[in-house]
Design a protein around this ligand. Structure first.
Ligand SMILES: [Zn+2]
Length: 213
């Protein structure tokens, strides 16, 4: 029964005080995650990295629109498929400071005895990604599923940032791919953490057979 730890997007741009898309109190989870990584139960530890080209479709600047505007994305493979989502401030540009993993986490990852990997998402400019497994159209795959399969993983534990976007979407993909999936809530932070948002989020996790512990 292989267990994998997936650490989502613990990168400078998602961390206060200087990240361009900082998740409130996101910095509080870095040291606890570093400690969790040392647990002997993991057969593989994966850190994901949002990794965008400068011309990425999710940046409001590339549409001359204000940050956080709603936007109708069109599937590159099928122009009749659309999804409404949010345009973001420029973040996690490939090879920039903001795209680097938190240094404490990067160092801990390098020092791990068990197998460990970095998986990048958001790499194609014409599509948005939340899940670390695939783009929002489920057309482009990052290789994370193949990596977990190679390690004989049955159980996936997801932590990191942000709970209500990339952590949630990564967990939903994992569950849909057949992994027993758990989000460890003390090791995540949400962008919208009011009671109503959290209530909706919990419902969505239950519907997708994801545990929140
Ligand atoms: Zn992004």
């Amino acid at each position: 029964m292989g267990k994998a730890l997936i650490i989502v997007d613990v990168q400078h741009d998602f961390l206060p005080p200087k990240g361009s898309l900082a998740v409130s109190t996101g910095d509080e989870v870095v040291s606890p995650i570093v400690e969790l990584m040392q647990d002997e139960r993991w057969c593989v530890v994966v850190a994901t990295q949002d990794w965008h080209p400068e011309n990425h479709v999710s940046f409001a600047r590339n549409h001359d629109l204000p940050d956080f505007s709603p936007f109708d994305y069109t599937a590159p493979s099928n122009s009749s498929k659309t999804q409404r989502a949010t345009l973001w401030p420029v973040h996690c540009v490939q090879d920039s400071w903001g795209a680097q993993l938190a240094p404490e986490l990067a160092q801990a990852l390098d020092g791990l005895q068990c197998d460990h990997h970095v998986v990048q998402k958001g790499t194609l400019s014409d599509r948005e990604y939340y899940s670390a497994f695939n783009d929002i159209w489920n057309d482009h795959h990052t290789g994370l599923d193949a990596l977990l399969q190679k390690h004989g993983v049955n159980d996936v534990f997801v932590v990191g940032l942000a709970l209500d976007y990339c952590v949630k979407s990564t967990a939903i993909s994992a569950a849909q791919l057949g992994y027993r999936t758990t989000i460890l809530k003390d090791f995540t932070r949400a962008i919208a953490s009011d009671d109503r948002s959290m209530c909706n989020l919990k419902q969505e996790l239950v519907q997708n057979d994801i545990s929140l512990k």
